[in-house]
Design a binder for this molecule. Structure first.
Ligand SMILES: Nc1ncnc2c1ncn2[C@@H]1O[C@H](COP(=O)(O)OP(=O)(O)OP(=O)(O)O)[C@@H](O)[C@H]1O
Ligand SMILES: [Mg+2]
Length: 341
C-alpha cells in the first residue's frame, strides 16, 4: 500500500537529512524518492537515481535503512530506478538554486547535427570491436553516409592506428576540436589530442574525457557517428549511455562469447535508458580455407539469444574484408540506420 499523508511526511522527515553522496543535497529535496510503500510492516522505499548503475547507490540504501531502522522500522527495502531526462532537468534547477556546481554525471549532451549515434560494445576485450567499427564506418561511407568515429577508449585507443593516422587534431578559433578526416571519415580519439591538452585534460576522469571529446568536437553534419567503446568491464560504456544521446547499441562478440552477453549490466542499463540494442555482429565466426574454399565455423553460433545477428564476419586471412563480409556489413548498416528509438 502506498504511504501517504502524515505517515509519508514522518518517513520523509526521517530520511530528509540523507544527502546524495555525489551532489551533496538531500535526496528528498532532489525528489529522488519516487514512492514509499508499506506492506504488512515492510517499508519499501523506491528511489530514482540520477545516474543508472550509480556505484553510490549502496551508500544511499545503507543510509535509508539505518535512518528508518533507528526509528523502529525493522523491515526496510530500497529499490532503485532512474530519472527521466525531464526529471533531471528539474533537479538541475534545484542544484542551481543551491548554487553548487553541476556534477559531471548528470550532464546530458545534445544530439547536435548527427542523425544516428551508434555505440559499438563488447562484453570482453579483444573480440574485434575496433576492427568492426572501422569496417562499419567504411561500409557506411561507401553507401554515401557522412560518417564519423569517436574512439571512446581512453586507456587504449586504437582507431588512429587502424586507420594509420599519424596527424594530430587541432582546435579551431572557437576552441572546437577539428576531427581528423581519413578516407572521408571524421575521426577523433584521445591519442590525436596531445596537441590540445588544454581542451582535453580539463577533468582527470575517463568519463569527462569521453564527454569532452563528444561535446567539444566540431562534427558538422553526420549521418552516423560510431562510438568505439572500451570493453564492458569498465564504467565507461555506462557513462557514454548516460551523457551522449546514443540511438542504438551494436554488440560485437565471437561465437564463444555469445552466451556471455546476455544479462550484461551495460546492456541492461542501455535498455533501461530506452537505448535499443540493435543486434550482434559475430566476429571471427568462421574461416574459409584458402586452398579448398571450405567454410569452417569456429564455435557453435546457434546460442539462444534474443538479439538479431546483424552480420557474421570470418577470420580475415589478410586485413581486407571478403566480398561476402562487405555485403553483410551493408545489410547491417541498413538495419542500424533504420532503427528507431
Ligand atoms: N575478423 C578478424 N579476423 C582476423 N583478425 C581479427 C578480426 N577481428 C579482429 N582481429 C584482430 O584481433 C585483434 C583485436 O581486435 P580489435 O582491436 O578490433 O578488438 P577490440 O575488441 O577493439 O579490442 P579492445 O577490447 O582491446 O578494444 C586485432 O589484432 C585485430 O587485428
Ligand atoms: Mg578496441
Amino acid at each position: 500500500m502506498k504511504v501517504e499523508g502524515d505517515k509519508l511526511k514522518e518517513i520523509l522527515a526521517l530520511i530528509e537529512s540523507i544527502k546524495d553522496p555525489e551532489i551533496g543535497i538531500s535526496i528528498v529535496k532532489l525528489r529522488m524518492i519516487d514512492s514509499i510503500e508499506d506492506n504488512e510492516d515492510k517499508i519499501t522505499v523506491n528511489v530514482k537515481l540520477t545516474v543508472p548503475g550509480c556505484p553510490l547507490s549502496s551508500t544511499i540504501e545503507k543510509d535509508i535503512k539505518a535512518a528508518l531502522k533507528s526509528q523502529g522500522y525493522a523491515d526496510v527495502e530500497v529499490n532503485f530506478g532512474f530519472m527521466t531526462k525531464e526529471e533531471l532537468e528539474d533537479i538541475k534547477n534545484v542544484i542551481r538554486k543551491e548554487r553548487i556546481s553541476m556534477p559531471e554525471s548528470i550532464e546530458r549532451y545534445e544530439k547536435k547535427k548527427i542523425k544516428h549515434i551508434i555505440a559499438v560494445y563488447s562484453a570482453k576485450g579483444g573480440v574485434g570491436k575496433s576492427t568492426v567499427v572501422k569496417l562499419l564506418s567504411q561500409t557506411a561511407k561507401s553507401l554515401g553516409y557522412k560518417t564519423g568515429i569517436l574512439d571512446c577508449d581512453i586507456s587504449g585507443p586504437s582507431i588512429a592506428s587502424l586507420f594509420n593516422i599519424k596527424k594530430q587534431a587541432y582546435a579551431n578559433e572557437s576552441g572546437k576540436i577539428m576531427p581528423n578526416v581519413n578516407e572521408g571519415i571524421s575521426i577523433i580519439g584521445v591519442d590525436m589530442l596531445t596537441n590540445v591538452e588544454a581542451i582535453i585534460w580539463r577533468g582527470p576522469l575517463v568519463s569527462s574525457a569521453i564527454k569532452q571529446m563528444y561535446n567539444d568536437t566540431e562534427w558538422g553534419d553526420l549521418d552516423i557517428l560510431l562510438l568505439d567503446l572500451p570493453p564492458g568491464t569498465s564504467d565507461a560504456p555506462i557513462t557514454v549511455f548516460q551523457s551522449i544521446p546514443v540511438d542504438g547499441v551494436v554488440v560485437v562478440t565471437t561465437p564463444q562469447e555469445l552466451s556471455n552477453i546476455v544479462g550484461k549490466k551495460t546492456l541492461v542499463v542501455a535498455k533501461s535508458l530506452n537505448i535499443p540494442v540493435i543486434g550482434v555482429i559475430e566476429n571471427m565466426s568462421y574461416f574459409v580455407c584458402k586452398d579448398c574454399g571450405a567454410v569452417n565455423y569456429l564455435g557453435k553460433s546457434d546460442e539462444k539469444i534474443d538479439l538479431p545477428i546483424l552480420a557474421k564476419l570470418p577470420f580475415f586471412m589478410d586485413s581486407n574484408p571478403t566480398e561476402e563480409s562487405k555485403s553483410q556489413l551493408k545489410v547491417a548498416i541498413g538495419r542500424i540506420i533504420n532503427t528507431k528509438k
